[in-house]
Design a protein around this ligand. Structure first.
Ligand code: GDP
Ligand code: MG
Length: 163
């Protein structure tokens, strides 16, 4: 069985950019399932000889007041529930935000392997980029650039090695 990898994070961190990169291989076949999954996008991908299914939890915007946790509960938590592993994206350029901390708190309570990916890290020193994100207590942060592809292969390899 192919592992399913869910991409989560606040808006604008680069989830869809990573999704496109992970699902644009020659073998990729975008597999949207309208109706069932109005707010999530599914795509097949393959690295080396290892196939996976990728879920972009796109389209969630924080709602007023109860903010991001409302949407986390409604969509992202469901995607996580269906997934075998989670990539939690944060933004190297913006740095840590309160929303990141809320999402991290939630992810730590769930029983899914999580990789913390610090996106938009191209041209930045890896140890500088990752330093502040150790505080999220989700293990070693992985510097990546979804737009340029840097670090993405290693990140996915490390996830697929567990399956
Ligand atoms: P999403 O809301 O999390 O799905 O984020 P998007 O994939 O739509 O990306 C949000 C913005 O960040 C877009 O303008 C992307 O071009 C930009 N972006 C995504 N990945 C990278 C990256 O690796 N480096 C840089 N510099 N920008 C990126
Ligand atoms: Mg998106």
């Amino acid at each position: 069985m192919k592992p399913t990898i869910a991409l989560v994070g606040r808006p604008n961190v680069g989830k869809s950019t990573l999704f496109n990169r992970l699902t644009k291989s020659r073998d990729a076949l975008v597999a949207d399932m309208p109706g069932l999954t109005r707010d999530r996008h599914y795509g097949h991908g393959k690295i080396g000889n290892k196939p996976y299914l990728c879920v972009d939890t796109g389209g969630f915007e924080p709602v007023a007041d109860d903010g991001i946790m409302h949407e986390m509960a409604r969509q992202t938590l469901q995607a996580i529930d269906e997934a075998d592993a989670v990539i939690f994206l944060v933004d190297a350029r913006v740095g840590m935000t309160p929303q990141d901390k809320l999402i991290a708190n939630r992810l730590r309570q769930l029983d899914r392997p999580v990789r913390l990916a610090v996106n938009k890290a191209e041209g930045m020193a890896p140890n500088v980029v990752t330093a502040e994100f150790y505080e999220l207590a989700l293990g070693e942060p992985w510097p990546i650039s979804s737009a340029h592809g840097e670090g993405v292969r290693g990140l996915i390899d490390s996830i697929l090695a567990g399956f």
